[in-house]
Design a protein around this ligand. Structure first.
Ligand SMILES: [Zn+2]
Ligand SMILES: [Zn+2]
Length: 363
């Protein structure tokens, strides 16, 4: 079976590898579709702390092929969306409804299964898998706590996007920031997550939605999904955002890129007393700064957002129901589909800003 992986820094290859059967508590999935996300690239270019080789992919949908001992939440034939954080249901955070912080996810950061061993191999070499799944592959083995069964009638390409971009972006608006009707929103970055933030802001009834990006094509895309104002990014962009929001700044700002200087711009674009939510994940060890005088003075809330503050078992079906009800345009987010052999091209197109989402589809 074919796997998309990073053999070393800044390289992406497609290679035939072998996959063991699922062990206790694990499932094997025949993949249907995998979204290509900037976080995959962050593995390839070492933005995220990482070792090589590493199988890529963390945004996918597929059908359960085989289950290991003790698995009860799914059975062979069930369509599922993969969640890139587990939901163990018994750790400190899961018990508080904070599945996005599940303490088992630290184990998955190593690219292994929960028992610390690997199912994917290239000859004699164990291959770690991104987020415990590495779902840019024809088949995947992952813990059963990382899959959510979905309605069999759902378009599987659309379902894949719910595994990362949609849940992250819409969740940031509805769960993390809790945007109120009639408010003003500014979104920095109009990729898959930024577009999802915009769609979430429309759903929440925002009165004005300002999209900021360097790329004019992405701004046009943002308009299609509901942005009311488009701003080409520049050094003094916060001043321009204040100009569009009564001189005060937006009620809610979202950073969906992962760059320190842009996080500072997002914060500066937030009105006093407003809420700035950081969704983009930047390079480990990078910094952004706050003024110790104005931070308390302006009384803004600065908030980190992991996985849209989502509980996948609840939020994945919710996102798909919103799609079915015509309230989220997920089909429109799929700009282009690729075969697994075309995966390196899909990454190149993402870097060049051509896609809201490129999606890899399997035979
Ligand atoms: Zn992602
Ligand atoms: Zn947990």
């Amino acid at each position: 079976m074919k796997v998309v992986f990073a053999p070393e820094l800044n390289k992406i290859e497609v290679r035939e590898m072998t996959l063991d059967a699922p062990k206790a508590g694990e499932v094997k999935i025949k993949m249907s579709a995998t979204g290509v996300c900037h976080s995959d690239l962050s593995i390839v270019n070492d933005t995220f702390p990482n070792s090589y080789p590493m199988a890529l992919g963390h945004e996918g949908s597929g059908v359960i092929e085989e289950i290991g001992e003790g698995v009860t939440n799914v059975k062979p034939g069930d369509p599922v969306v993969l969640a890139f954080v587990p939901n163990c249901r018994d750790c400190f955070h899961c018990l508080r409804g904070e599945a996005y912080l599940c303490e088992r996810k630290n184990i998955l950061g190593a690219g292994s299964q929960l028992d610390g061993t690997h199912r994917l191999h290239d000859g004699d070499t164990d291959i770690p898998v991104m987020s415990g799944m590495g779902c840019m592959a024809e088949y995947v083995v992952t813990p059963s706590m990382c899959v959510v069964p979905i309605d069999p009638d759902i378009n599987m390409q659309v379902a894949a996007l719910v595994g990362c971009a949609v849940t992250t972006g819409v969740g940031a608006v509805l769960n993390t920031a809790e945007v109120e009707p009639g408010s003003s929103v500014v979104v920095f970055g109009c990729g898959g997550v930024g577009i999802s933030v915009i769609q979430g802001a429309v759903l929440a009834g925002a009165e004005r939605i300002i999209a900021v990006d360097l790329n004019e094509d992405k701004l046009e895309m943002a308009k299609k999904f509901g942005a009311t104002h488009l701003v080409k990014a520049h050094d003094k962009v916060a001043r321009e955002i204040r100009g569009l929001t009564g001189g005060r700044g937006a009620d809610y700002a979202f950073e969906a890129i992962g760059l320190g200087p842009v996080m500072e711009q997002a914060y500066a674009s937030t009105r006093n007393g407003g809420k700035c939510t950081i969704v983009g994940m930047g390079k480990m060890g990078g910094k952004f700064s706050l003024d110790p005088f104005t931070f308390p003075l302006f009384a803004k809330t600065l908030c980190g957002c992991m996985y849209g503050s989502a509980n996948p078992g609840i939020d994945f079906p919710k996102m798909l129901n919103l799609y079915t009800a015509g309230k989220l345009d997920l089909e429109g987010m799929i700009t282009k589909t690729y075969s697994i052999d075309e995966a390196p091209q899909a990454f190149e197109d993402m870097v060049n800003g051509l896609n809201a989402r490129g999606v890899i589809v399997y035979e």
